[in-house]
Design a protein. Structure first.
Length: 466
């Protein structure tokens, strides 16, 4: 094994390869605009993009605490796919047909991002190979078949169920006994997408102020150390960093996810793995993994490490614990044994936003002009785009420029969520939940029975996931 050290943190591998963007000027003082967007990630930038394209005369300002893409948008696994957090709950609350409309909108969103990136000449290493989710154990296979049937019931008639042999012909994951594939997914380079999008938005005439942390959002005001931005509409697009805002500590929980990426792998290793279709790859474990084959032939793989920091704290520039790096490497080698001797070039972490009921939402309070979108629970690469187009339509409707649209009537619009419990109950609950999931995965790995481990079912109910 190589003795070259692994880079840990430094935001992410994506930025280590691309370099951080040239800094934009911070807010110079108090100002007034038509729309103020707090957060320079996918949600904020897509919202600025669609609003400015729809109403070119709007004066729009984006405020970003660090630099555009510093958070989850520049650290994620590069899964542009059609999953959305909370769909099953929305089906219970609003009916099956409403949830089918939401799912169809997500299916279409994958193509929307691919098309828009091409139109705007954003080269983000996008490859639309779909999403392959595999099962390793009898319990996972049972869940996979149930999952596949449910997805078809929600309108994915083009989803394909594969057995062990067919799965291995696509990607040779050791021990895989089956898989489900959807075409509604693509691999991409997260930092290239967010950097390109920021450049496009700026070229349209949107003002972006970086190194400008917002400390408080209130009706018609976004407060920063350098001044206050006043606007009829103030939109919170801060996802996992929402807890840093005044009064938002318990709104969304900042859940940690960690990743590793290998050195570029030689052809002899790819010959043993396959993966020629470059699908994004995941599994049906309770503590699941997610992975992609990068444009330069690395494996980038992520999963839960240290799931949550006390008091909703966020990480320091992607710093990752050594035991998390070791666990992710062990998982990768278990999936792909021929990678046992390869070097891990980089490891990093980031936070994603988790609402108490695990439901993504998009909201505009017409009485205050405050709006927000997020709580994507790790599915934000595509969901952020749908949320942005929905915020655009909600603002146009509220300002009298347009009426209701298909997007403004989707069931996740204006969904209300209760707050997370105070500490130490938050910390105890999250760590207890993931300890239960890992224990359930261990028991399922040695059990010949196809049923889901009872402890995992209890953890799901306590967490509010089902």
């Amino acid at each position: 094994m190589s003795t070259v050290s692994t880079v840990v943190g430094g935001i992410s591998f994506w930025y280590a390869r691309e370099g951080t963007p040239a800094p934009r000027e911070p807010l110079p003082g108090d100002t007034g605009v038509d729309v103020c967007i707090v957060g320079g990630g996918y949600t904020g930038l897509w919202t600025a993009y669609y609003l400015k394209k729809a109403v070119p005369f709007l004066n729009i300002t984006v405020l970003e605490a660090k630099f555009c893409g510093y958070g989850a948008s520049g650290r994620n696994g590069g899964w542009l796919y059609n999953g959305i957090a909370g769909r099953d709950r929305y089906a219970k609350l609003h009916g099956h047909d409403a949830a089918v409309r939401l799912q169809k909108a997500m299916n279409d969103t994958v193509g929307e991002v691919v098309r828009t990136a091409a139109e705007e000449k954003i080269d983000a290493d996008i490859h639309q190979g779909g999403v392959l989710e595999v099962a390793h154990t009898p319990s996972q296979l049972a869940r996979l078949k149930d999952f596949h049937s449910v997805e078809i019931a929600f309108g994915e008639s083009d989803r394909v169920l594969r057995g062990a042999r067919e799965t291995a012909e696509r990607v040779h994951v050791t021990g895989a006994v089956g898989s489900s594939w959807t075409p509604h997914g693509a691999r991409l380079h997260p930092a290239k997408l967010v950097k390109g999008l920021a450049d496009v938005v700026e070229a349209l005439g949107v003002t972006i102020h970086e190194s400008t942390p917002v400390t408080e959002i209130k009706p018609k005001h976004a407060v920063t150390p350098y001044g206050t931005v006043r606007a009829p509409y103030v939109l919170r697009c801060t996802e996992g960093f929402t807890a840093s805002l005044k009064g938002q500590k318990r709104t969304w929980l900042p859940m940690n996810s960690s990743m590793i990426v290998t050195e570029p792998l030689p052809a002899r290793i790819w010959d043993t793995i396959g993966w020629a279709g470059r699908e994004t790859l995941g599994d049906l474990a309770h503590a699941y993994f997610y992975a992609q084959r990068t444009a330069d032939d690395r494996i980038a793989l992520g999963g839960r490490g240290y799931p949550y920091r006390f008091g909703s704290a966020t990480d320091n520039d992607g710093r990752t614990r050594p035991e998390t790096v070791a666990a992710l490497r062990e998982l990768m080698v278990r999936l792909f044994p021929t990678t046992a001797g390869v070097h891990i070039d980089h490891a990093w972490s980031g936070v994603l936003g988790v609402p108490r009921d695990w439901c993504a939402t998009v909201t505009l309070d017409r009485s205050t002009g405050l709006g927000w979108a997020g709580g994507y629970v790790g599915s934000g690469v595509a969901t952020a785009n749908l949320a942005a187009r929905t915020l655009r339509d909600l603002i146009q409707q509220d300002s009298g420029q347009a009426g209701p649209t298909e997007l403004t009537t989707l069931p996740w619009v204006n969904h209300k969520i209760r707050r997370w419990e105070p500490e130490p109950f938050r910390w105890l609950g999250v760590h207890g939940m993931y300890a239960a999931y890992r224990a359930a995965d261990r028991r399922e790995s040695t059990s010949p029975r196809p049923g889901t481990d009872p402890v995992a079912k209890v953890a799901d109910r306590i967490a509010g996931r089902h």
